[in-house]
Design a protein around this ligand. Structure first.
Ligand SMILES: [Zn+2]
Length: 75
């Protein structure tokens, strides 16, 4: 067992919490970025009738549910 004074113990807790907050912030930013990108890729706007819809499939071309025009998946 490592012997720690009360001051050292407090420092470990403070530094540990800073590291944890930074880590969680980084993870949540990364997750948000991924989610945003996935959302943008599944959102379509029809060029012809301006209908907006979501398609979670993998195909590069989606058919507009309103007018039937085929639309390219955004990058
Ligand atoms: Zn359309």
């Amino acid at each position: 067992m490592i012997e720690l004074s009360f001051m050292e113990y407090c420092m470990v807790i403070v530094i540990g919490s800073f590291v944890l907050v930074g880590l969680f912030g980084w993870i949540s930013r990364f997750a948000h970025f991924n989610d945003e990108r996935r959302g943008r890729r599944s959102r379509f706007v029809c060029d012809l009738c301006l209908t907006t819809w979501e398609d979670r499939g993998k195909e590069k071309i989606a058919i507009c549910p309103h007018c039937g025009r085929s639309c390219q998946r955004p990058r």
